[in-house]
Design a protein around this ligand. Structure first.
Ligand SMILES: *Cc1c(COP(=O)(O)O)cnc(C)c1O
Length: 388
């Protein structure tokens, strides 16, 4: 008797359930914003990456609607065939202007930008050095490239240097890859030190600004600006889907780099161009990021207010180190994280439990928005005090 070749899926799901690693979706109704309706109940939103509150901004909505009216819903083909519009080029120029790089290229998501760029830049004879806490898209890009991969301990520049001393000469090209704001921790990569190491050992340096673009740095250009590294030769990756409130990804850097990626990045060449609505909304968002620095000011005021209230009222909360708008507190197990997440939701706070295998230790992840009001933050702290 042949056995059912799909039977293992049932077993795998049971194992996932037993570990409390099971994931499921929850529907948000209506607009995104500082508070949202989650499964029919209004909750304060600490779960979104919409740091500047732009995903529900009327100007982005109008830009998206106007682009659909003018160009239609789909872009109908890849950029190199029928999908390219002037609007894409305008967006790429706007990204390059925000980042102060010579050029930029937009991908259909940040995930695809990382897969495509990493796979194009290195291959079998090369070495990738990757921070242990890097985002899945960086890790999978490294695997896809076929290069040798060394995962260095989180932000450990000394370990990275020791490895380069031993191993650099055994490889042709070398690429260091890192999140700038670590997405599930909220701390920052040591960019100036990484950049010095890259210079010393002749490595390329790729930095993923997904959670920093629009948020970090005086003009919202990201951690590169925050650390005073603007103008350095870097490969800057990011997304249009977080602070920019749209969908899509990008790579920014030298003209040569961008030209090369347009010729060699498979996830750019062989996929359909970004839709007109997403492109137009992202373009509107970049203009707002550049013209309304008060949104960033408000965001940092909110972050500091939350940290102050936590220090005053929640001395037992174990916060992970954070210098961004992502603030996480640790819980002893996946089960404890899920229960806390549930309690929070029942008390009107939307903040997700983040568990293995996404992260090594379970936690609740709070992301602060510029559009949170003082009462939202106070309510969060009040609810947390009751749970603790
Ligand atoms: C979200 C994220 C991405 C993926 O971006 P998408 O546009 O959502 O595909 C890549 N890198 C990091 C660090 C992220 O947090």
């Amino acid at each position: 008797m042949p056995t059912d070749p799909y039977a293992w899926i049932d077993d795998a799901l049971k194992t996932i359930h037993r570990a409390d690693w099971y994931r499921f979706v929850q529907a948000i109704q209506g607009h995104s914003g500082a508070s949202v309706v989650l499964e029919g109940r209004e909750v304060i939103n600490f779960a979104s990456n919409d740091y500047l509150g732009l995903a529900g901004d009327e100007r982005l909505i109008q830009a998206g609607v106007a682009a659909i009216r003018e160009f239609g819903t789909g872009s109908t083909g890849s950029r190199l065939l029928s999908g390219h519009r002037e609007l894409h080029r305008e967006l790429e120029k706007a990204i390059a202007s925000l980042k102060q790089t010579a050029d930029a290229v937009v991908f259909s998501s940040g995930y695809l930008a990382n897969l495509g760029a990493i796979a194009a830049l290195v291959g079998k004879r090369d070495l990738i050095l990757s921070d242990q806490h890097n985002h899945s898209s960086l890790k999978n890009g490294a695997i896809l490239s076929g290069a040798a991969v060394f995962e260095y301990p989180h932000c450990d520049v000394a370990a990275l240097k020791a490895y380069l001393h031993q191993q650099r000469q055994n490889y042709r090209r070398c690429l260091i890859i890192t999140d700038s704001v670590f997405s599930m921790d909220g701390d920052l990569c040591p960019l100036p030190e990484l950049s010095n190491l890259a210079d010393e050992f002749s490595c390329m340096l790729l930095i993923d600004e997904a959670h920093a673009t629009g948020v970090m740095g005086k003009t919202g250009a990201g951690c590169v600006e925050y650390f005073g590294c603007t103008g350095k030769q870097l490969i800057q990756i990011g997304t249009l889907s977080k602070a920019l409130g749209s969908l899509g990804g990008y790579v920014a850097g030298s003209s040569n780099l961008i030209d090369f990626l347009r010729n060699r990045a498979p996830s750019w060449i062989y996929t359909t161009a970004l839709s007109p609505a997403d492109t137009a909304a992202a373009l509107a968002a970049i203009s707002i990021v550049q013209r309304e620095p008060q949104r960033r000011t408000q965001l940092w005021e909110n972050v500091n207010y939350l940290k102050k209230l936590i220090a005053q009222h929640l001395p037992n909360l174990i916060l992970l180190p954070s210098e961004s708008s992502i603030i996480c507190f640790r819980l002893p197990s996946a089960t404890a994280a899920v229960i806390t997440g549930k309690h929070l939701a029942e008390s009107g706070i939307f903040a997700p439990a983040i568990r293995p295998p996404t992260v090594p230790t379970s936690r609740i992840r709070l992301s602060v928005m510029a559009t949170h009001q003082a009462r939202h933050i106070e309510k969060l702290v009040e609810v947390l005090s009751k749970i603790n």
